[in-house]
Design a binder for this molecule. Structure first.
Ligand code: F6R
Length: 366
């Protein structure tokens, strides 16, 4: 049932090209300029007239929510707040019928997310679910929603659920941007075509696996890791750090790259591996200077770079290449090497990759 892979996690990482396709199949028709999500069509007005979109989730799903915040604000121009479900539900939040809540959950059973949904509903908000497990409690408790179609995720560490959640959220943003008129026709068509190409790009990123395994061998005994990214890839840095923590038990922190100078830079020495997402984007030059600051303090740089990059390649100790895609879609590819890095490190340390200590696949306790 692991399909020849040593662990479910590895199988699920390698399934991503095909499950991302499953997620957009029949919903994204790039040539015809169509994005159609059954659960969304009847509620488009609700979304585009909303005062705010509030996204509630936990863990990796919360990271997908953060990526969605960037995409929605960028393309749909609606203010978005992303909340840990556990904080939202306990702090007497201000919500009204003018708000739309998106709840993201792989399992559809997370107790805090469920409680946040019930609270939002009680205040009159419209609640939309993005779940993977069909018929799950959250999918039943929400007013409408979209399934991710990632198939069963067995490994406790979430991988394919994350990328398929982002795929759904990107499709939602494109559909809403079109309805609201906040995206130009050429940009809209470009995004649709580029989204359709993501499985091919993920496939290509997965081909760097053996290179990433070599990098993993170099750093497996590090005690701490820092993960840095900017913009759309700040949430990817958080997700990379979470993945490493949960399966290898190595301490890792994700940070927006520019926040380094406000504290974490004090941690940098020759012992500290720093994973930097340094792909070609609007922030490229800024990330390059962040890398210089780390190098000046002898930190070891493992950089995720765009294919063909030469500048960062010169400066970094190790690079992991990903194909080029528009910035809003880059989290779908930059996440891949980080998943593989944590997987290989955990395997080398003899960890129970599919069932890390103290963790459960569905967190049904509060
Ligand atoms: C991380 C992980 C957890 C879950 C979190 C939310 O790899 O698996 O952080 O993402 O418990 O779970 P769902 O998405 O099922 O609500």
């Amino acid at each position: 049932e692991k399909g020849g892979y040593e662990h479910f996690m590895l199988k699920e990482i390698f399934e991503q090209p095909s499950v991302i396709k499953d997620t957009y199949r029949g919903r994204l028709l790039a040539d015809q300029g169509i994005v159609r999500l059954g659960g969304l069509e009847d509620h488009i007005e609700k979304f585009i007239n909303a005062d705010r979109i509030i996204i509630v989730a936990c863990g990796t799903s919360w990271h997908a929510g953060l990526v969605a915040e960037y995409i929605f604000e960028d393309l749909v121009r609606i203010p978005v707040e992303v909340e840990y479900a556990s904080e939202f539900r306990y702090r007497n939040p201000i919500i009204s019928e003018k708000d739309v809540v998106i709840a993201i959950s792989q399992s559809g059973e997370t107790a805090d997310t469920l409680a946040a949904i019930k609270l939002a509903k009680s205040k009159g908000a419209f609640v939309y679910g993005v779940c993977n497990v069909v018929g799950s409690t959250i999918s039943r408790e929400t007013h409408s929603g979209t399934y991710t179609h990632a198939g069963p995720e067995i490994g406790v560490a979430s991988t394919k659920a994350f990328t398929t959640q982002i795929t759904v959220l990107a499709m939602m943003a494109l559909r809403l941007a079109k309805a609201k008129g906040t995206i130009s026709k050429p940009d809209y068509m470009l995004y649709l075509r580029e989204l359709e190409l993501i499985p091919t790009h993920v496939e290509e990123a997965l081909k760097t696996d053996s290179k990433i395994e070599e990098i993993s061998a170099v750093f497996k005994d590090a005690r701490n890791f820092l993960y840095l990214g900017r913009g759309y890839n700040f949430p990817v840095a958080l997700e990379g750090a979470l993945k490493l923590k949960e399966i290898s038990y190595i301490h890792a922190e994700g940070y927006p790259a520019a926040e380094m100078k406000h504290g974490p830079i004090a941690l940098i020495d020759e012992q500290m591996p720093v994973v930097v997402i340094a792909i070609k984007s609007d922030h490229y030059d800024k990330v390059v200077s962040n890398i210089q600051e780390i190098k000046a303090r002898k930190g070891k740089i493992i950089a995720v770079v765009s294919k063909g990059d030469t500048v960062v390649r010169e400066m970094a100790d190790y690079v992991m290449e990903v194909p080029h895609t528009p910035e809003a879609l880059t989290p779908l590819v930059t996440t891949i090497p980080l998943q593989l890095l944590s997987y290989h490190i955990a395997v080398m340390l003899g960890r129970n990759v599919d069932q890390p200590r103290n963790l459960a696949k569905s967190v049904t306790v509060e």
